[in-house]
Design a protein. Structure first.
Length: 387
């Protein structure tokens, strides 16, 4: 239990910093940043794309670092990249410096997930890994919970907020050094993954699910505030509150492991897809604000973070001898889906309106209810005191 708690707190903190602060806080900061650093909407898109690009590159190459140096080095690099990138953002006075800062900060998320998956694989028994992995993954919601009030209330605005985020990232360095294993583990030597393992039916299906699910999630995470404002007529202050509720609800994913005591992982997977699909459908047929929007946006946040945690568990299970690689593939496809989904949603939204776009993307998540990841060894066992 002691090892599990220490590793869980460390991983949860690192994910909160790298995803909640270094990656997702940009969307909240951008309107205020644009008041001080002048850039066009086209440049804003390029700056935001730097974070996606950095994430994709980092998550592809991190398994190589993990296999060579173990999980501690990439985890330390993730915290350092978040700290440095956020400091550069705080000091930025040009679009170029913003792009560089966001690129460096964006690599932190891609470095952290595979490294933490490997650390869990080394330190936690196979039966308990799903619970610890899902607790760690829920750190995204905690990062958003912390970042929103800091951005809104801290004197000094977004620049001081970035300095604060950077300091929190630096604090993670101590936890990582203390609780993340340094070596490559005591696993027997084996040859690199074969094509048969890379392209197994389970891995192919998981990659397809991650790609389509990522595309579906872009409807909310890329266009949620715009839909709330232009389609539902929600004012700016209430939009910020709903966005906070959505992000904060992601922390509910910390209970995924507990839920797995009572439900099969396939059922949790279906619930998360349904939580992404249903709110989009409800928004499509609504014309103004009503109280149901609060639980609806909460479902968007909780559904997405829970789904990413479930995909993480399945990915680590499919490639059990190389969990960092499995997680990298799944999360890369999830990010690629978000890029494709953002472009596709924007096209449909512009040509056919919000109703059609929301219905189509609700259908993407709905369709995933019938495509379930292939289960191999994913089980849940309560933690023992000596773990």
């Amino acid at each position: 239990m002691k090892n599990s708690i220490a590793l869980g707190i460390t991983g949860f903190s690192l994910i909160a910093v790298t995803y909640g602060m270094a990656r997702f806080s940009w969307g909240l900061m951008m309107p205020e940043v644009a008041k001080e650093v002048s850039f066009s909407p086209q440049i804003a898109g390029i700056i935001a794309a730097c974070s996606y690009l950095a994430y994709c590159l980092a998550i592809v190459f991190t398994p190589l670092l993990v296999s060579r140096f173990g999980p501690r080095m990439p985890a330390l690099t993730a915290a350092l990249a978040a700290a440095v990138g956020l400091i550069l953002l705080a000091l930025a006075h040009s679009p170029l410096m913003l792009a560089i800062g966001l690129f460096i900060a964006g690599t932190s998320a891609g470095l952290s997930s595979p490294a933490l998956a490997e650390a869990v694989s080394q330190r936690i028994s196979a039966h308990h890994q799903p619970q610890v992995n899902t607790v760690i993954n829920a750190g995204t919601g905690a990062g958003i919970i912390i970042s929103v009030p800091i951005l809104l209330a801290l004197p000094g605005g977004w620049r001081m907020a970035c300095v604060t985020f950077s300091a929190l990232a630096a604090l993670c360095l101590f936890l990582i050094y203390r609780h993340i294993p340094a070596g490559t583990g005591a696993k027997p030597q084996r040859s690199p993954l074969t094509l048969r393992e890379w392209f197994s039916p389970a891995m192919i299906r998981l990659a397809i699910i991650a790609l389509i699910s990522g595309a579906a999630s872009a409807a909310w995470w890329s266009f949620g505030p715009d839909i709330l404002g232009h389609h539902l007529g929600v004012n700016a202050r209430l939009r910020s509150l709903l966005w906070l509720i959505s992000g904060a609800a992601g922390i509910l994913a910390v209970f995924t492991g507990l839920l797995a005591r009572y439900l099969a992982w396939a059922q949790i997977y279906r619930l998360s897809q349904l939580s992404m699909a249903l709110p989009l459908l409800l928004m499509a047929f609504s014309q103004n604000y009503s109280g149901w929007l609060i639980p609806a946006v909460a479902m968007c946040g909780a559904g997405y973070v829970t789904l990413s945690g479930v995909l993480l568990v399945y990915a680590a299970d499919v490639l059990r001898q190389a969990p960092a690689t499995g997680v990298s593939i799944a999360f890369f496809m999830l990010a690629a889906g978000q890029v494709v989904g953002s472009a596709l949603f924007g096209q449909i939204y512009a040509e056919y309106g919000a109703v059609v776009a929301l219905m189509v993307f609700s259908g993407l998540s709905g369709g995933m209810l019938f495509l379930i990841p292939i289960e191999r060894h994913v089980v849940f066992t309560p933690l023992k005191k000596n773990e």
